[in-house]
Design a binder for this molecule. Structure first.
Ligand SMILES: *[C@@H]1O[C@H](CO)[C@@H](O)[C@H](O)[C@H]1NC(C)=O
Ligand SMILES: *[C@@H]1O[C@H](CO)[C@@H](O)[C@H](O)[C@H]1NC(C)=O
Length: 198
């Protein structure tokens, strides 16, 4: 699969990688704000059965950062889910956030498709639906193209549970808050999806 990234986000951590991370953090200008954090959080407000705080990881070297906090914005599953070309529900993605599935084309290509449809950001869920621990580090493909909107990676299990809930309710989108500052939420631990503790 050529999606421009398949390196584990957890586990392997060589001294060289650590050094890179340190240099990267030091070099990151303050203006980058949320980019220097390893995780970015969002909360589903509706539908109620998945009213949890989800953990995502920003793309490593492409896409924008969240300069705005969206108190309420639609999270719209793209149709087709891989979002490698024209979207049949693109009109609903305008000024909202798209939920996309990994596979079929690069992370960057998906991000650009959503951007071209006027999306504010894209959340790309792993296509391993039962995976509740593997964060892929999303990196550029080899095309030298760029993207301006933020791109986030979401666990396969989380993406699957969000899509399944929307299907069960017959809803075209979820309503979310993003980004969420979890250190200001005393009950954060209780608000994580229960399936991540399986
Ligand atoms: C998740 O994916 C990673 C990488 O493919 C794998 O090592 C891990 O075992 C998977 N975990 C589950 C629960 O499927
Ligand atoms: C997050 O919340 C904590 C605790 O309320 C606060 O100290 C911190 O400044 C907040 N961070 C941001 C980026 O708003």
């Amino acid at each position: 699969m050529s999606d421009g990234g398949g390196r584990p986000g957890r586990g392997g951590c060589s001294p060289a990688m650590l050094l890179c991370a340190v240099l990267y953090l030091c070099a990151a200008p303050l203006a980058h704000g949320l980019r220097i954090h390893e995780y970015l959080y969002f909360q589903v407000l509706s539908p109620g059965d998945i009213r949890y705080i989800f953990t995502a990881t920003p793309a490593k070297d492409f896409g924008g950062v969240f300069n705005t906090r969206y108190e309420q914005i639609h999270l719209v599953p793209a149709d087709p889910p891989e979002a490698c070309g024209e979207l049949s529900n693109g009109v609903f993605i305008q000024d909202q956030i798209a939920l996309v599935e990994r596979g079929g084309c690069s992370f960057l290509s998906k991000t650009r498709v959503v951007q071209e449809h006027g999306g504010r950001a894209v959340i790309i869920a792993d296509n391993a639906y039962d995976n509740d621990s593997f964060y892929v580090e999303m990196i550029q493909d080899s095309t030298r193209r760029t993207a301006d909107i933020p791109a986030l990676f979401l666990l396969g299990r989380d993406g699957y549970m969000i899509r399944r809930s929307l299907e069960q309710h017959g809803l075209p989108w979820a309503i979310i808050s993003i980004p969420v500052n979890v250190s200001s939420i005393p009950t954060y631990e209780m608000m994580q999806p229960p399936w991540t503790f399986w």
